[in-house]
Design a protein around this ligand. Sequence first.
Ligand code: ACO
Length: 448
Amino acid sequence: PKNVGILAMEIYFPPTCVQQEEMEVHDGASKGKYTIGLGQDCMAFCTDVEDVISMSLTVVTSLLEKYGVDPAQIGRLEVGSETVIDKSKSIKTFLMQIFEESGNTDIEGVDSTNACYGGTAALLNCVNWVESCSWDGRYGLVVCTDSAVYAEGPARPTGGAAAIAMLIGPDAPIAFESKFRGSHMSHVYDFYKPDLASEYPVVDGKLSQTCYLMALDSCYKRFCHKYEKLEGKQFSVVDADYFVFHSPYNKLVQKSFARLLFNDFSRNASSVDEAAKEKLAPFSTLTGDESYQSRDLEKATQQVAKPFYDAKVKPATLVPKQVGNMYTASLYAAFVSLIHNKHTSLAGQRVVMFSYGSGLSATMFSFQIREGQHPFSLSNIATVMNVGGKMKSRHEFPPEKFVETMKLMEHRYGAKDFVTSKDCSLLAPGTYYLTEVDSMYRRFYAKK
Ligand code: ACO
């Protein structure tokens, strides 16, 4: 099979959200700390009727319906998530309800977990399957679903929630350049969830930021090396039209892209002109460790990167800024933003993706974008996802209501024998919602 990649996409995020500007006031943070300091505009969150299972049921059903895909045509279904609802039973098995109805139980795949990387692991598994000799000609389906919630404190404004579904097969408009992948994996405690009684992670935000940048450097070096070996010429940021990053918060994306330019400078690549070289020259003698700590370097590279950032990165930041960190779905929500903003001009372009999951695992890979054929065309994908419409029909909650919801969810986490409010008044028709968890911890969902 040729041009294996993403044929179709759908995104779902809760309609309930809180403005970061209001969170700043509520938390007593200085004005601009979340909006400029973290670069975030708004944060989506699940109320007591939504969770990672309901969101994934919604997004999968919607994808199959809107692209006219028969559930019997799915041969592999992989879920990426780091939101633990059950330590054994996979989210994939909940999704089997959709497929059993049409008599299809012949579907490989289960869940992948490692912080925000699980979605990428699921995606690579599906792509590898279609490219392998065990492929049976049917589609792969990848689901990324997460609810990112943090304890009160500096990390709380970096939450978010969403689910994304991606249909995988040959002749895709979003085709993998499988030869250029670069990965970096290592043992670190930067963000992890050791307390099984709590939904909240243990996080060292500063360490996490440095780990992310180190993994980025390493993946970019490997990606460039593979490109250069196969194409016989140097790779630098000018060789891709767009760069899409996993986005815990937008400020880190700004820093990350600037870091790529510093890498180009260190390799003496053509993307760095004379003026930029002059600005960065004072930093050429920094050791690796020093370079991650230097505020001056951060500022200088961000300055040099600014025009490139606006052209090559900014179009892929809308949804993460508006919805927040969606963990496994974050990178793909950034890519969704790019399709939303640029679908009329993306054909023929190269998009570089950087996936990071704490702990840590990271991969850089790239897509070659093609127009595609209906229903699997870029314009139809943009229409189906309807990012603008979904954004507009959200309901803003005051921070107090958000905090109240977090408290209720803390209480409900791991609990049994309760019914939810069943209040689905804010949900769009077709949205699944949680109604009950019985005395055996079995979860029940209804569809609006
Ligand atoms: N106006 C403008 N900017 C401001 C203001 C203000 N009033 N106040 C602060 N800032 C800036 C700071 O200068 C800083 O920017 P910089 O990094 O460019 O210097 C930024 O806002 C953040 O402020 P800090 O005080 O440095 O950081 P804080 O202690 O608030 O924590 C952090 C921020 C570390 C990002 C925290 O929110 C966190 O830990 N989040 C979770 C991170 C995470 O999940 N990591 C895992 C990533 S991988 C994954 O997704 C699982």
